[in-house]
Design a protein around this ligand. Structure first.
Ligand SMILES: C[S@@+](CC[C@H](N)C(=O)[O-])C[C@H]1O[C@@H](n2cnc3c(N)ncnc32)[C@H](O)[C@@H]1O
Length: 227
């Protein structure tokens, strides 16, 4: 397992997980609202949504609150993060089926929509492409897929500019300064980060069309694309 994924199986880290994304990802709550709006454009109130990297349950909770009829299949390799998702969902837990594993362990669908938030940057390019293809295969024709993760220009100069901004934003948002700096070191050492152009190409190669950026915030980008 990539060392950067180990905290998702550490009960102490998982217990604090929900504090992290709002501090490290500018506009995190708005990202959820935009995701719900983009899905609702094409998905009926009874829609069935595939959520890859569903650990923690934060996006499933936001989507469940946005549309009371949607149901979810959440897939994540971390049992601890799935247990947190169950707790986060609370009264909505009955609307989500949780599957421990990778995309291959998820149901075949067909789904009305899919999301993969703050997750695809953990996957090397080939596995990212394969995973996107497997998501595409599980969607109905024309169904929306919302992806958002770390993606920014990758020249040495751009990395030297943007990674400290990632850390500074987290500290300015209340993250522990040492933890934020350690997060940057871990990101630099362990992630195969791609540029937005490379990420968009992967989505197209996976079969998606109308690959449309809708979110850009420091080191983060989000796209909606259609199966
Ligand atoms: C930063 S968390 C994001 C969780 C959630 N999507 C959110 O926005 O709060 C990344 C999650 O991706 C999961 N993960 C790691 N590799 C994965 C893979 N190949 N497929 C699906 N999930 C994966 C981790 O276990 C972890 O729960």
């Amino acid at each position: 397992m990539n060392a950067i994924l180990a905290p998702f199986s550490d009960p102490d880290h998982v217990a604090r997980y929900a504090d992290g994304p709002p501090r490290f990802v500018p506009g995190y709550a708005s990202l959820h609202r935009m995701t719900a709006v983009l899905i609702a454009e094409r998905v009926p109130p009874s829609g069935r949504i595939l959520v890859l990297g569903a650990g923690g349950g934060l996006e499933m909770k936001a989507l469940a609150e946005a549309e009371p009829g949607w149901t979810f299949d959440g897939v994540d390799p971390s049992a601890e993060m799935l247990a947190l998702a169950e707790r986060t969902l609370g009264a909505h837990a009955g609307r989500a089926r949780l599957h421990q594993g990778y995309i291959d362990n998820g149901p075949e669908g067909p789904f009305d929509a899919a999301t993969c938030l703050l997750t695809l940057h953990f996957l090397a390019a080939d596995e990212r492409r394969r995973t996107a293809m497997e998501i595409h295969r599980r969607l109905k024709p024309g169904a929306p897929f919302v992806a958002a993760h770390s993606s920014f220009p990758q020249s040495a100069a751009d990395r030297a500019l943007w990674l400290p901004r990632y850390t500074a934003f987290a500290i300015a948002s209340g993250a522990d300064p040492d933890q934020a700096r350690n997060a940057q070191v871990s990101v630099e050492a362990n992630l195969d980060l791609l540029s937005p152009e490379q990420d968009e190409a992967i989505l197209r190669e996976a079969g998606f069309s109308e690959v449309t950026p809708f979110y850009a915030a420091f080191t983060w980008r989000g796209w909606v694309a259609y199966a």
